[in-house]
Design a protein around this ligand. Structure first.
Ligand SMILES: [Zn+2]
Length: 603
C-alpha cells in the first residue's frame, strides 16, 4: 500500500486485493555461517544521503560543465529542457565511482543512467581508455543523446568520433550483441580498457554465455581494470545474476558473497521459487522483524561503492488490468491441452518441457511453429539428420561448459575450430583446433536436410481482438512473435516494428498520433516511447525484469498524460501463469533491489 500511496494511486473498491504472501515451504537447510558472511557483516555502512555535501556536488558540476555555447535542445522533437544540472543520483554515482574506483548501481529506469555512463570516464582517476557496453537497441538513439548531453557537459573523446581533445580519456561504445559476435572473441584485449562501464548490466548476468565469458576472461587477465555496472534490474531471478558483477566492481568490498558456492547457498533463501531455505545465519543482516530480503538489500545499499535509487521516477498512476479477448475457440483449448501432454497439433512429440510450454504459448496466440521441408527430403534422412544434429549440439554444449578460451568460446567458433581440426592437408595456422567426436558425422550430413520454420495458424480470434483495440484507441500493441505482430498490424492498418536498426529508428520517430504494433524483444528495453500512454500486452512475458522494462517505455518522465494504462491478455492459463510468475519476480526484485517495481503498482 505504501507504494500505491507514493504513486498517488487510489485503490478502487471493485479491484481485487493484492495476492497474499504465500507461507514459505522450506525444502533445504538454513543458510549457514561462512567467511563471506563474516566479511560482509564487517563492511562499514555509510549513509549515502549524507555522504556528499551540496558543495561536493557543485564542485563536481563545475569540473564537468562545458563552456556555455549554442545548443539545440529546444528544437528537438519533442523539445527537451537543457540538461544543465546533474540529478542527485547522477552526482552520487559519479562521486562514489571516483572515490571507490568501481561502482555497483541498482538505478531504476528514468533516473538518467545514460549521462552517468557518459561522464564516468571523466571522473575515474587516471582513466585513459574506457569501454561502454549498451544494448543494441539503444544504438539508434545513442548519437542523439550524446550530442544532447555533449552541448552542456564535457564528455570524453568518442572512439572513431570527429573530434579528439588531447588529455581526455577515449570512450569506445559497443553493443552487447557485438560482444557476442565471432570477431569479438578478443575485442576487449584489442581495446585494452582500464575502465569498463555497463549500462543495463543485466545483459551480462549469465556467466555461461559467450559474451559474459569474454568479459570475465578480460578481468581475469587484467585484474586492475575498474568496473562500473548500472542496471534497474540486476537480479531478475537470482542474486547469481549479478554476484560476479559486484565482485569485479567492488572486490573484497562487495556486499555479495565472492565464493560461488556461498552465492548458491544465499540464493536458496533470497531467490524466488518453490524450494527455499530458512534465512539461518543471514538473519544477522536483519533488524528485528525485517524480512531477510529487506535486510540483505539494506546491507547492500549501505555499502561503499553501491548507489541505489529507491523511489519511482514518475509520480503518475500506472493502471494494469486484465483483458479477456474471449471466447477462446474450443479447438485451440484442446490443442493447448495436447501440447501440455507433450504433443504438437501436427502429431510431433516434444523432447522437453520447454518445447511444450513454448508451443502452448504460441497456441494461446492462435498458431504454432513447426518445421517444414520444402525440398521434400525422405523421412529416414530427416530422422538421421536430427539424431546427428542432436549429438553435435550436445558435444558443443558440453565443451562450452568448460574453461573458455579465445577463438573457442562460442558455438560458431567451435565449428570453425572443428573444421580446422579435420582439414587435409592438416591445418598449420596459429588458431586452435578442436577434435570434436561427432563432427565428421554431422559435417557429412548437415547440408542434406534444410528445414524451414513455419507458422501454422489455427485461429485469428486474438489477431482480430488486438486489431480492434489498435483501431479504437491510440497505443502500443506489444507482441512476442513477429508473425503475430505482422498479422495484427495488417488487420489494423498500422505499422509493425520488429527487429533491426531501421525499425528501431522508425519507432522513435512515431509521434503518438496512431497505434503501432511492437516486438517486445526489440523495443521493450531502453527506448523513450512516452508519446504513448496506452499499452496492450498481447503475449505477457513471464519475466519480471522484462515487464519492468516494458512498462517503463511509457511510464517514464516526460509522460504528458495523467496516467498510463496497460491491458494484459490473460485468456489462457498459460498467459495467466506467465503474468503470475512475473508478479512473483517483480516482488523479489523490489525486496532485494529496492526498486519500485511497476508491475506491483496494480491498483
Ligand atoms: Zn540545451
Amino acid at each position: 500500500m505504501r507504494l500505491l500511496e507514493r504513486l498517488g494511486v487510489t485503490p478502487t473498491p471493485s479491484s481485487p486485493p493484492p495476492p497474499e504472501e504465500r507461507a514459505p515451504v522450506y525444502g533445504r537447510s538454513p543458510v549457514g555461517y561462512s567467511a563471506d558472511l563474516g566479511r560482509i557483516l564487517a563492511l562499514p555502512r555509510r549513509n549515502l544521503a549524507t555522504a556528499y555535501t551540496a558543495a561536493d556536488v557543485e564542485a563536481l558540476e563545475a569540473q564537468l560543465r562545458a563552456p556555455p555555447g549554442p545548443c539545440s535542445c529546444a528544437s528537438m522533437s519533442p523539445p527537451r529542457p537543457c540538461p544543465t544540472q546533474l540529478r542527485r543520483v547522477q552526482a552520487q554515482a559519479l562521486l562514489e565511482a571516483s572515490r571507490v574506483g568501481g561502482l555497483l548501481a541498482p538505478i531504476g529506469t528514468g533516473h538518467g543512467k545514460e549521462l552517468t555512463t557518459f561522464l564516468t570516464p571523466m571522473v575515474m582517476p587516471g582513466c585513459r581508455v574506457a569501454v561502454l557496453f549498451i544494448p543494441a537497441n539503444l544504438l539508434p538513439q545513442f548519437k542523439v543523446e550524446w550530442s544532447y548531453y555533449g552541448a552542456h557537459w564535457r564528455l570524453p573523446n568518442l572512439a572513431g568520433g570527429r573530434w579528439f581533445r588531447v588529455g581526455l580519456p577515449v570512450l569506445h561504445v559497443v553493443s552487447y550483441n557485438k560482444l557476442s559476435s565471432q570477431e569479438a572473441t578478443n575485442l576487449l584485449e584489442r581495446i585494452r580498457p582500464d575502465l569498463v562501464i555497463l549500462n543495463e548490466a543485466h545483459n551480462l548476468k549469465d556467466p555461461k554465455s559467450t559474451r559474459t565469458g569474454r568479459f570475465l576472461r578480460y578481468f581475469e587477465e587484467h585484474p586492475r581494470t575498474r568496473l562500473v555496472a548500472l542496471s534497474g534490474t540486476f537480479a531478475s531471478k537470482s542474486i547469481k545474476d549479478y554476484a560476479h558483477l559486484s565482485r569485479l566492481a567492488l572486490g573484497e568490498g562487495s556486499p555479495l558473497p565472492l565464493a560461488h558456492h556461498v552465492v548458491e547457498e544465499w540464493g536458496t533463501a533470497l531467490d524466488p521459487g518453490k524450494v527455499v531455505a530458512p534465512p539461518g545465519a543471514l538473519e544477522q543482516l536483519c533488524e528485528p522483524n525485517e524480512h531477510v530480503r529487506e535486510g540483505f538489500q539494506r546491507r547492500r545499499n549501505s555499502t561503499c561503492g553501491v548507489v541505489a535509487t529507491e523511489e519511482s521516477a514518475l509520480d503518475k498512476p500506472l493502471i494494469i488490468r486484465p483483458r479477456y479477448p474471449g471466447p477462446v475457440p474450443a479447438q485451440l483449448l484442446a490443442f493447448i491441452e495436447l501440447a501440455h501432454a507433450g504433443e504438437r497439433p501436427d502429431g510431433e512429440q516434444f523432447q522437453e518441457q520447454l518445447q511444450s510450454v513454448a508451443c502452448a504459448r504460441q497456441l494461446s496466440a492462435g498458431f504454432f511453429h513447426r518445421w517444414r521441408y520444402p525440398r521434400g527430403e525422405p523421412p529416414e534422412l530427416i530422422e538421421k539428420w536430427f539424431a546427428r544434429r542432436k549429438a553435435w549440439n550436445k558435444e558443443v554444449w558440453e565443451e562450452l561448459k568448460g574453461e573458455r578460451r579465445e577463438h573457442l568460446d562460442s558455438p560458431g567458433l567451435l565449428t570453425k575450430a572443428a573444421i580446422r581440426a579435420h582439414l587435409t592437408p592438416p591445418y598449420e595456422g596459429d588458431k586452435p583446433v578442436w577434435h570434436a567426436r561427432t563432427w565428421a558425422e554431422w559435417a557429412e550430413i548437415h547440408a542434406a536436410v534444410q528445414p524451414e520454420p513455419q507458422a501454422v495458424w489455427v485461429s485469428d480470434f486474438l489477431v482480430k481482438n488486438a486489431a480492434e483495440w489498435a483501431r479504437s484507441q491510440v497505443g502500443i500493441v506489444w507482441v512476442e512473435y513477429p508473425e503475430l505482430g505482422g498479422r495484427i498490424a495488417k488487420a489494423a492498418g498500422v505499422p509493425f516494428y520488429g527487429g533491426g536498426k531501421a525499425a528501431s529508428e522508425a519507432i522513435l520517430r512515431e509521434t503518438g498520433m496512431r497505434s503501432v504494433v511492437a516486438s517486445i524483444k526489440a523495443h521493450a528495453t531502453g527506448k523513450n516511447l512516452q508519446q504513448f500512454c496506452r499499452n496492450l500486452v498481447v503475449t505477457p512475458p513471464s519475466d519480471g525484469a522484462t515487464w519492468e522494462q516494458l512498462l517503463a517505455r511509457t511510464h517514464r518522465p516526460g509522460q504528458q498524460a495523467p496516467y498510463v494504462e496497460v491491458e494484459v491478455c490473460l485468456h489462457t492459463q498459460d498467459f495467466a501463469d506467465a503474468f503470475d510468475t512475473a508478479f512473483e519476480r517483480a516482488r523479489f526484485i523490489q525486496q532485494t533491489d529496492g526498486q519500485a517495481q511497476k508491475l506491483l503498482l496494480r491498483p
